[in-house]
Design a protein around this ligand. Sequence first.
Ligand SMILES: Nc1nonc1C(=O)NCC1CCCCC1
Length: 250
Amino acid sequence: MWIGVVSLFPEMFDALTQQGVVGRAIEKQRITLEFWNPRDYATDRHRSVDDRPYGGGPGMLMKVDTLRGAIHDARERAHQATGQVPTVIYLSPQGRKLDQKGAQALAAAGPLVVVAGRYEGIDERVVESDIDEEWSIGDYVLSGGELPAMVLIDAAARLVPGVLGHQDSAIEDSFNDGLLDCPHYTRPESIDGRQVPDVLLSGNHAAIKRWRLKQSLGRTWQRRPDLLEGRELNAEQQQLLNEFIEEHAL
Ligand SMILES: Nc1nonc1C(=O)NCC1CCCCC1
């Protein structure tokens, strides 16, 4: 998967590229990440990358010519590197809310150019002319688009075939079916008197699988009933959820 990043602070992305799943995927060349910094397109003495907003008001916007220069070159490189026209994404609270389905769509979307805003944002005409999709990681305001960009890149990159080792893919399965994850346990068997559920020590893999699905269904019902709305549970899932509800009836 080829991803171009437009950011004034490319060094922030070391958090993504220097370690972990995405870092290893870059090493294995499953993922390519390239950066364009609008400051490299500044032509004035002060290397300006921000500009004043029409209509006044607090704060600045990203300067149009330096931003567009970076987006243009990233887009061109994407096409040169992959033979495909990239999807140019801008992160902001005004975008489509990112969820696992969205991450799956992005992972399958071919090359991406991800634009990380700063200051108070970017000119609306740049959104209209240069941005294909606007995405949000949640309803809160951050101080820049770099952290949201890393969230989006991580969520999509880990879904690219070959990025997750087989030991990670089990995590993927539990999340892929849209339920909350089941509880997890590791050594020691007792923490302050709290024991590991017997089933997990039983070696009965069918029972363990059933228990984990039941816990995922139950926790989803308890904490995020919205995720179950409009979702068809099969007979087994409905049975497991009913058992969970009975066991947890107040
Ligand atoms: N929430 C969010 N989801 O995606 N991005 C978010 C954000 O809060 N971004 C802040 C950025 C927006 C552009 C101007 C500088 C601040």
